[in-house]
Design a protein around this ligand. Structure first.
Ligand code: ACK
Length: 976
């Protein structure tokens, strides 16, 4: 907005602001507006800019450079001479307003000079340029006018720069986030990212553009599509010979064996000729082919049954799913005319899809030629055009002597035959055609590993029954294994079975004439191993003994409980039963004498807890002076307490509002019975309670500076790091005391820390219902509980695992609040986004000017696994070391989100150049005489050193320290 030509601004009255060309500090001419009517009273001179378009920004910054004359240096000016002027704005959609009423303007600020100048005489004047930046938020119209009101000062306005901040275009997690104008006030702007080319959404990518122009908290991501892999910020195609099948895979990988990809961007590799990929095969699996033929078939003939066995194929085709099919053909005596076998032929375990190389074939006709073809197949056999590999076995049933077995292997155009001599003996008999099936009629005594079966002989035995054959297998496992047992009796106990398993049984009879048919299948289940057989007298006894033992133990425990209850008046219980168990498991034993917090609910009579731990105070000794706040149960006041023979002290008084229920009274006083058990300099001290008259009150020590969050916001930037670390140390020490007493706070946050006049921080807020009712930060979780999400450890949010380790997490958040002077953790992000971001590993970045060691300690407190977080005792030790060795706090964790993106990128090599660049050239001598001659030397300059060398203006100190910060940042950029 600065220009050398006519600016065309409106100035009125005409004898007010004037447009003039002047020389700046370096004697370069520049255009300025001046007014200097210091000799006349009642000045009201207005200068108004042209319409400045808003350009989509909700928040704009106005930087003005001006000089201001020191009234004291003007001889004879009246007392009406001023050293300030006012800056205003007026929002409007109309770019051509010729008049705006004074009352329509909104005041931005009264501007004073850091440097006013003194004019000794016209030739010897030193113009001192002041720079001030202000901002206006929540703009919504097309643009605005700025106005400067002079009320009697001597000013020259030499430069006006109006700007807004943007989060620059960024690519993160393969999502592109556009150039985004920051929001109004300090609100975060949520931005949806779009996936870069050749990528697709895995989870909707989002980021927040902060008020400072930095990107925060990336959530979600895009992933490269199949055929593409991630390379920094883009997706590149897979090279030939590689492939990527799924967007979930990170990188392209080499084609698996027997496959290829000749083109780039392959999402799968094609199979070489003769190799195939089954539908269900993963794309990463090698291409495979059908198996070779089964080998070495052997048949064992037994009357009209035959068992065939063979060796698996030499080449499985590269797969593990080889199965076998057995085709049966019945041939005429000439051996040429063959037809498929009838359905009466049975295959055990089955005919097709055999996974073991063995099959029992029953119910064949006697004196008949059969040809069995054994076909080996796998998952790709059906994809191959070539015929399936087979080996054939010919047998003739019902003959004695050696059977000649011929094996005939076919496949892939090759045919060959092999003869194998097998010493097989066949009995000569006639088939017992009329021997009927045997059905199991009785099943008895099931145990966990045996089943007893019984049956009757067949209806038409047709001869003397020689034996019975029982075949059984595990249900649905028939092709894996089956067992055949024989007996002459009508009953059999099958042993060695698995508990709780169903078996299928069949029985058949054999006479001299051979086997009859199998009877129907019967399914029986063994008992479960751990089931108590109630009928079993031995086991019942054990059960009875266990129950009796349990009852005795219970009686014993109840007796102990009653005795201890009588003795103490309460049961000492830990806050969290899980914790207690863990302590017991870990063998941790409380040292004798170390006190454990007693939960008021463990008292039968909660009033007794109050009597035990809180002193009753006579209401006449309290003088209430003023209301300082509102609590959950009523007002919080400050006042004085004068106990007999003690000096008067300031106290805070919490009172219970009228019309309370008994439960509210109990909950209100529970805070006193908890607080009354603590005695530590960093825990708020209970003076006593008033319960005998109304209103019921809790009296605590008075903390002059109120709650820590408000206190820090009020004193933004005003403490040294050591002071801040001192505050943190105090809180950690109080928390160590609480955790040693096995008290879990659950709502540790800066708002629940109180600060006294010596900056001592004390932990407060111990009410039982506080997390549920009192804390405005507490939000309902999906599990129904109410939890202050931003301060709470993930395991406590997810499954209410509140422990001292979850308090440590909250403590890390409090550290962050302290260093950022009360900034809201995770800014304006929603609770859901906070939970998600934490789950995805995001952690709060280091606040501005935060020493690395402190941010590291915070990150330790935010370890996902609670056992890896430091204990409060360790935190106190670490902070003590830092306080003893302040040098360790000098290295700052520079985080880009905190950088001022408007800070110019400059290249300087000397301290003088740097001071000029940051408009602090007037301190060159101060720096030189304090020994700061190289840029390195200023990197760790402190506030205290600046004051000592004569930089006393707070604004200048801040400016210099933030420029030092930027110098650090030029070297290191922390990625968000
Ligand atoms: O931030 P504050 O000033 O500090 O406002 C709240 C308010 O009461 C409601 O809790 C203040 N407060 C609570 N206890 C004390 C205390 N012991 N000393 C001083 N102020 C207190 C708190």
């Amino acid at each position: 907005m600065s220009a050398l030509g006519d600016l065309g601004w409106e100035a009125y009255p005409s004898e007010g602001w004037e447009e003039i060309s002047v020389m700046d500090e370096r004697n370069t001419p520049m255009r300025s507006y001046q007014v200097c009517n210091v000799m006349e009273a009642n000045q009201n001179n207005w200068l108004r800019t042209r319409h400045i378009p808003r350009d989509g920004a909700q928040r704009v910054y106005i930087e003005i450079k001006f000089t201001l004359r020191d009234c004291n240096s003007l001889p004879g000016v009246p007392g009406t001479c001023k050293e300030t002027f006012n800056m205003y704005y007026y929002e409007s959609n109309n770019a051509n307003l010729w008049f705006i009423k004074e009352s329509q303007y909104i005041k931005i600020d009264t501007i004073a000079a850091d440097e006013s100048f003194t004019q000794t005489d016209v030739g010897d004047r030193v113009m001192k340029l002041n720079t001030e930046v202000r901002d206006i938020s929540n703009l919504s119209k097309k643009g605005f006018y700025l106005a400067f009101q002079d009320v009697g000062a001597c000013i020259a306005l030499v430069s006006l720069r109006v700007f807004y901040k943007k989060c620059p275009l960024a690519v993160l997690n393969l999502a592109q986030f556009p150039d985004t104008v920051t929001g109004g006030d300090s609100a975060l702007v949520e931005v949806r990212g779009s996936c870069v080319n050749d990528s697709e959404e895995f989870e909707a990518p989002r980021m927040y553009c902060s008020g400072d122009g930095g990107w925060l908290v990336p959530i979600g991501r895009c992933v490269c599509k199949p055929g593409f892999e991630e390379n920094k910020d883009y997706c590149q195609p897979c090279r030939p010979g590689t492939y990527k099948a799924s967007s979930m895979d990170a990188y392209c990988t080499k084609c698996p064996p027997h496959s290829f990809s000749h083109q780039e961007k392959a999402s799968e590799c094609s199979c070489e000729k003769g190799f195939y990929r089954a539908d269900m095969d993963p794309r990463s699996m090698a291409c495979t082919r059908p198996p070779s033929a089964a080998e070495n078939p052997i048949s064992t003939l037994n009357d009209t049954s035959v068992t065939l066995e063979w060796s698996p194929p030499r080449d499985s085709g590269g797969r593990g799913d080889v199965t076998y099919n057995v085709h049966c053909r019945k041939c005429a005596n000439d051996g040429k005319t063959c037809s498929p076998c009838s359905n009466s032929v049975h295959f055990v375990p089955r005919q097709f899809g055999l996974s073991i190389p063995k099959v029992l074939i029953t119910d064949l006709l006697s004196n008949t030629n059969y040809t069995f073809s054994i076909e080996a197949v796998n998952g790709v056999s059906d994809l191959s055009p070539t015929p399936k590999q087979q080996v054939t076995v010919n047998i003739t049933t019902g003959q004695t002597g050696c059977s000649q077995i011929s094996e005939h292997r076919k496949g892939e155009g090759h045919q060959y035959a092999r003869h194998q001599l097998l010493q097989l003996f066949f009995l000569s008999f006639t088939l017992p055609l009329s021997l009927s099936a045997v059905n199991v009629i009785l099943k008895e005594r099931k145990s966990k590993d045996s089943i007893t079966l019984a049956w009757q002989g067949p209806d038409r035995p047709n001869g003397v029954i020689v034996e019975y054959e029982v075949i059984y297998y595990e249900k649905n496992q028939r092709d894996q294994n089956y067992t055949v047992l024989k007996t002459k009796a009508h009953t059999m106990t099958v042993e060695g079975l698995k508990p709780g398993t169903t078996y299928v049984f069949r029985v058949r009879a054999r006479t001299d004439g051979g086997y009859g048919n199998y009877g129907g299948e019967i399914e029986l289940e063994t008992s479960h191993e751990d089931m108590l057989a109630i009928g079993d007298p031995n086991q019942s006894t054990i059960l009875a003994v266990s129950i009796a033992g349990g009852i005795v133990l219970l009686i014993f425990l109840v007796a102990c409980f009653v005795v201890s209850g009588r003795h103490c008046g309460y049961i000492k219980a830990k806050q969290d039963p899980d914790e207690e168990k863990m302590q017991f498991q870990n063998g941790r034993v409380k040292l004798p004498g170390s006190r454990t917090y007693v939960h008021p609910h463990t008292y039968e009579d909660p009033n007794q807890a109050v009597r035990d731990f809180a002193k009753e105070i006579d209401a006449s000794t309290i003088r209430i002076e003023r209301v300082i706040g509102a609590g959950e149960f009523g007002e919080v006041c400050s006042g004085r307490l004068k106990l007999p023979s003690k000096r008067e002290i300031y106290v805070a008084i919490k009172s219970l509002k009228a019309g309370y229920s008994e439960k509210q009274r109990r909950d209100f006083l529970s805070e006193a019975s908890i607080m009354g058990q603590f005695d530590h300099p960093n825990i708020i001290r209970l003076e006593g309670v008033v319960t005998r008259c109304k209103p019921v009150m809790i009296i605590t020590e008075y903390m002059e500076n109120g709650s820590l969050d408000t206190f820090l916001k009020k004193h933004d930037g005003q403490f040294t790091v050591i002071q801040l670390v001192g505050m943190m140390r105090g809180i950690a020490s109080g928390m160590k005391y609480l955790s040693d007493m096995s008290y879990v706070h659950r709502d540790l946050a800066a708002r629940n820390i109180l600060v006294n006049s010596n900056l001592v921080c004390k932990v407060s807020d111990f009410g039982l219902s506080r997390v549920l009712e009192d804390d405005p930060e507490a939000a309902y979780t999906t599990r129904g509980g109410k939890i202050p999400i931003r301060w709470t450890a993930p395991e406590a949010i997810a499954y209410r695992k509140f422990t001292s380790a979850s308090d440590v997490w909250s403590y890390g958040i409090v550290m962050w609040e302290v260093i950022s002077y009360g900034e809201r953790p995770y800014w304006e992000m929603s609770n859901q986004d906070v939970i998600k971001a934490i789950d995805e590993g995001y952690r709060l970045p280091a606040p501005m000017d935060c020493p690395v060691v402190l941010h590291q300690l915070m990150l330790d407190c935010w370890e996902k696994s609670r056992s890896e977080r430091p204990k409060f005792g360790q935190i106190v030790n670490t902070l003590d070391k830092l306080i003893r060795n302040p040098n360790s706090l000098k290295e700052l964790a520079n985080s880009s989100v905190w950088e001022d993106p408007t800070t110019p990128e400059f290249s300087v090599s000397t301290v003088d150049e740097w001071l000029d660049a940051v408009n602090m050239g007037q301190y060159k001598d101060n720096f030189a005489s304090a020994g700061y001659v190289s840029l390195d030397s200023i990197l760790y300059i402190s506030l205290c050193e600046l004051s000592k060398m004569g930089v006393t203006l707070v604004g200048h100190q801040k400016k210099i320290l933030s420029a030092v910060q930027s110098l650090h940042a030029q070297g290191t950029h922390v990625q968000v």
